[in-house]
Design a protein around this ligand. Structure first.
Ligand code: NAP
Length: 315
């Protein structure tokens, strides 16, 4: 596995080989409620399992209900006390995001942790039902709307419980491979010049800019809520499913050189639960440690422009 050699100490005390179970060992999450998007597979499913293992009441936001039921059954088989709900959520559809939030409200639960994890990668050019390029719609805009609609509940829960609220945004180091201008505001839905690798990178850059800008807003409001983004590492999952040959290679050889989901979910669960993260906001984490962002991801004007642009798309 790439990164620090096994056993080498980092500031957090964790390394690329640390698992989600290891980084949350001894943490009691009972009484907390979390939403995890894309919890039907890969990093999201493992995050759901480990949060449930630590006593967190988890709501899975998924588009595939039958796969999600299988994931839930498996978790409950291992953790009989697990509290897990499943609600339908298609992040590429803004009406589905609004329906999800309405259905979550019906559950009448507080909300301590939001994990924006769902994602697609390297998809041939396609527009969503709302006419938005699919990576941008699914990975960024759907999560942007979801966060916006849930923020009041996260704020109120934090205030009433006295427990810091946490928003965890699963981005990727692929943010470094976006279009030259960072975000193609004027050509976001143009097929001409489209490149699936750059479109994925653009959406992951948008995740980080969203995290940074939201963190600034929350600081200004003196909210008791932190937001951080992360790269989970290179993890064997279904993420490269649209990349035929590479996907086959990753599934067969990946297990020897890449992280498994147990390690892939570590930074997500660390940011969701670990006391070391208390008060830390607007940071980018890799292997449970903060890492300096580069290039467009440090551009505050770009983050502000993306915020306004995203709001305008949702009007
Ligand atoms: N694996 C890596 O090496 C790697 C590296 C860097 C970053 N990441 C990030 O990690 C996150 C999780 O990915 P993964 O690696 O665990 O891949 P994965 O196994 O493919 O899981 C992605 C999850 O997102 C869900 N999803 C996709 N489109 C959706 C939509 N429109 N609405 C709701 N859910 C949707 C999928 O649901 P379905 O099963 O229904 O498709 C699935 O549950 C992604 O944000 C990805 O960008 C992964």
């Amino acid at each position: 596995m790439w990164g620090l050699p096994r056993g080498r100490k980092s500031p957090s005390g964790f390394s690329p080989s640390s698992t989600a179970e290891e980084v949350t060992a001894g943490i009691d999450g009972s009484g907390l409620v979390a939403i995890v998007t894309g919890a039907s597979s890969g990093i999201g499913a493992e995050t759901c399992r480990v949060l449930a293992l630590r006593g967190v009441h988890v709501v899975m936001g998924v588009r595939n209900l039958s796969t999600a039921s299988q994931v839930r059954e498996k978790i409950v088989g291992q953790v009989p006390t697990a509290k897990i709900e499943i609600l339908e959520l298609d992040l590429s559809s803004m009406s589905s995001v609004r329906r999800f939030v309405d259905n979550f409200d019906v559950l009448d639960l507080p909300l301590n942790i939001l994990v924006n994890n769902a994602g697609i990668a390297f998809v041939p050019f396609k527009l969503s039902e709302d006419g938005i390029e699919l990576h941008f719609a699914t990975n960024h805009l759907g999560h942007f709307l979801l966060t916006d609609l849930l923020l009041e509940k996260i704020n109120v829960t934090a205030k009433e419980s006295g427990i810091e609220g946490r928003v965890v945004i699963v981005a990727s180091d692929s943010y470094k491979h976006s279009y030259r201008e960072g975000i193609r505001f004027d050509k976001i839905n143009d097929e001409s010049g489209y490149n699936s690798i750059l479109a994925y990178g653009q959406s992951k850059l948008a995740n980080i800019l969203h995290s940074n800008e939201l963190s600034s807003h929350l600081k200004e409001q003196d909210a008791k809520v932190v937001v951080n983004s992360l790269h989970p590492g290179a993890v064997v999952t279904n993420i490269a499913r649209y990349w035929g040959f590479l996907n086959g290679l990753l599934s067969s050889l990946g297990k020897f050189v890449l992280k498994g989901v147990e390690q892939g979910a570590a930074t997500v669960c660390y940011l969701a639960l670990h006391p070391q993260v208390a008060g830390v906001t607007g940071s980018y984490f890799v292997d449970c440690n903060t890492v300096q962002l580069k290039s467009h991801a440090t551009d505050k004007e770009l983050a502000k422009r993306l915020w306004d642009f995203s709001m305008s798309l949702l009007r």
